[in-house]
Design a protein around this ligand. Structure first.
Ligand code: ATP
Ligand code: K
Ligand code: MG
Length: 614
């Protein structure tokens, strides 16, 4: 069984696999280590990765990039609306306020959800991996931004499902990077934890986390992020600069022409990279618009001045993460700078003055996330033996649970799971109820969320259960923040002291009592429940709906109660299976065209061969 880590970026994707010899980054068909996250709908088939990116200027309306920006979001969210302004393809509002991408393909107008597009790219990455390894794969770990909401995480799982992948974990990008940093290191001081700051600047976002390392374990203490601050924004600085210049110099308005805008953006990104290595750089584009060739030029110093507010925002993000870690700059052992967006030299300079030390660039800036994900996948896979290493992540948002509109926990903001809650974790709530009841999960503090994001997560119906004389019954509800950072109620049960000794009864199948094992990092909310949990010895309720255990020397009966969940804005099972079927059809269409091409080529070479012979 193969063990794979994917870094799915706004611009580039990286695939890493764990082998007995270590972690390898795979090459795609173009022998590159990075694959563009682009799908282009051609006349008769789809093109992905490099082939897709090559169509961006010739087929802009049907070439979809930066789909990660749209995943698990609502059409009317301000961030989405802002992003749509710069996207050349068309998006419309879908059912339930979702997003639909609208384009012409195979002679008719078709719509796709961002999850479907993401699914296409995941299957592309899967095919590259399978081709390389010459075997089928499904288990993987996928990197995600730590600021992803519950809905975005679920959307990733759905997209992975469409592609036939089984993520063992969705892992925060910075956590993956930190894992790769810590697991091989053996020289941590024994005097106390070593604190390291990771700064990841990608194409669209910036993520900062503070991690603490001790031998054999890594903990994320805090993180901060800016969802709208990455290499793309630096491109935009250059874009506006040249757009204004060309307006004056050549009297052309690139904003009014989609193709010219795309071409100028592409040139600006190249120019930005040139400026990373040179003090000045030229920009020349032939026939940009109205058959006019344009020429421009900028010095690095000027670019740095124009970018000053972006640079300040990077430092703000570091400041937030540091503040929340309650550490001072002095206590930080090192600052690791990763993500290709960080290759702009002035970013390093600004971080140096903020952290009073030069950031280290020892990690592979573009591969560290995929590398860490492959490591995590190996750790989770039964087929691999990896050294014991504890990874403890932190969750970025506080989450509240309420039952029939009343919050069930009274932390300062009514949250059940506070911000920076270590996870995966389980909390057990003890409620007294007379009949079927409802619970809602939502984000407790809207100020932690990006603006316009709904605070609703999901709602649950728990019950029915038997009652006598309308007496309130004790119901234990088990809330889990799972490996992916998705919150859910995994089970509910009813407790009842039992006078009969069930071992004398024949209708109950009783085997040796098993202790439930769980990773319960956080303290339990209900004062006694943690203790109860340890003193109770449950049978696994897999095949029977009632189980017996011992509590305080008494026999207690545990009755499993139904829990049904509905997620705000998630995909239904029917929608998911429709999407899978649709993807199969699209794959068949692509391979039909590829086969025809292959046959044509074979026929052509046969004709040439025969002609030579004749
Ligand atoms: P995200 O993390 O936002 O999902 P990503 O992981 O795809 O995106 P990266 O591959 O880390 O992003 O970084 C891509 C960004 O790095 C692009 O904006 C690109 O222009 C920029 N970049 C790449 N090389 C350089 C360079 N030499 N100098 C400056 N910027 C660069
Ligand atoms: K990447
Ligand atoms: Mg990235």
């Amino acid at each position: 069984m193969s063990v794979v880590g994917f870094d799915f970026g706004n611009e580039n994707c990286v695939i890493a696999v764990a082998k007995q010899s270590g972690i390898d980054v795979l090459l795609n068909d173009e022998s590159k280590r990075e694959t563009p996250a682009v799908v282009s709908f051609g006349k008769k088939q789809r093109f992905m990765g490099f082939a897709g990116a090559a169509s961006a200027t010739t087929n802009p309306k049907s070439t979809i990039s930066q789909v990660k920006r749209l995943i698990g979001q609502k059409f009317m969210e301000p961030d989405v609306q802002n992003n749509l302004k710069s996207f050349p393809f068309e998006c419309v509002e879908g059912p339930g306020g979702g997003i639909l991408i609208r384009l012409e393909y195979l002679g008719k107008i078709q719509t796709f959800t961002p999850v479907q597009i993401l699914g296409m790219l995941f299957s592309h990455l899967k095919r590259i991996t399978e081709k390389n390894l010459e075997t089928d794969i499904s288990d993987c770990v996928i990197g995600i931004p730590c600021y992803f909401t519950d809905l975005q995480r679920r959307a990733y799982l759905d997209a992975a499902g469409i592609a036939g992948l089984r993520p063992l974990r969705l892992m925060h990008d910075c956590t993956a990077t930190a894992l790769g940093y810590g697991i091989y290191k053996t020289d941590f001081s024994s005097a106390g934890p070593t604190y390291v700051v990771f700064v990841d600047i990608g194409h669209c976002d910036t993520q900062v986390c503070v991690a603490s390392f001790e031998s054999g374990q890594m903990k994320i203490i805090s993180h901060a992020f800016d969802r709208n601050l990455g290499g793309r924004d630096f491109d935009e600085v250059l874009f506006s600069y040249f757009a204004a210049q060309f307006k004056g110099q050549y009297n052309i308005d690139v904003y009014s022409n989609a193709r010219a805008s795309i071409r100028l953006r592409v040139s600006c990104e190249k120019l930005k990279k040139v400026l990373s290595a040179n003090a000045e750089a030229p920009l020349n584009i032939e026939c940009l618009m109205n058959e006019i060739d344009v020429e421009g030029f900028i010095e690095r110093v000027e670019f740095e001045q124009l970018s000053s507010n972006l640079l300040a925002k990077i430092l703000d993000t570091c400041d937030k993460a540091l503040f929340e870690s309650r550490l001072t700059v002095k206590e930080i052992h090192s600052v690791e700078l990763v993500g290709s967006g960080s290759r702009i030299p002035v970013i390093g300079k600004k971080l140096t003055s903020y952290f009073k030390r030069e950031p280290s660039r020892k990690m592979n800036a573009s591969e560290c996330v995929a590398h860490g994900c492959a490591l995590q996948c190996a750790m989770l896979s039964p087929t691999f033996c990896v050294r014991e290493y504890e990874v403890q992540d932190a969750f970025p948002f506080s989450i509240r649970f309420s039952s029939d509109k009343v919050p069930v926990c009274r932390l300062s903001n009514d949250a059940l799971l506070r911000k920076h809650q270590p996870f995966p974790s389980v909390k057990i709530l003890s409620l007294h109820r007379t009949r079927t009841f409802h619970m809602d999960a939502d984000y407790a503090d809207p100020s932690e969320l990006p603006s316009g994001v709904s605070s609703k997560i999901s709602s649950f119906t728990i019950g029915p259960f038997p009652v006598s004389h309308m007496e309130a019954r004790e119901v234990k509800v088990r809330v889990q923040l799972n490996m992916h950072g998705i919150v859910t109620i995994v089970s509910a049960s009813l407790l009842e002291n039992h006078m009969d000794d069930p071992r004398t009864r024949s209708d109950v199948h009783l085997t040796s009592a098993k202790m439930e094992v769980e990773s319960n990092h956080g303290s339990s909310v209900v004062p006694n429940s943690a203790k109860d949990n340890n003193s109770l010895k449950w049978l696994q309720p897999s095949s029977i709906s009632a189980a017996y255990g011992m509590r305080n020397g008494k026999v207690v009966k545990r009755l499993v109660i139904d829990v049904s969940e509905s997620v705000y804005g998630g995909m239904t099972n029917v929608e998911l299976s429709d999407a899978k079927e649709k993807e199969c059809q699209l794959v068949q269409q692509d391979s039909k065209i590829e086969d025809t091409k292959d046959k044509k080529n074979a026929l052509e070479s046969y004709v040439y061969e025969m002609r030579d012979k004749v």
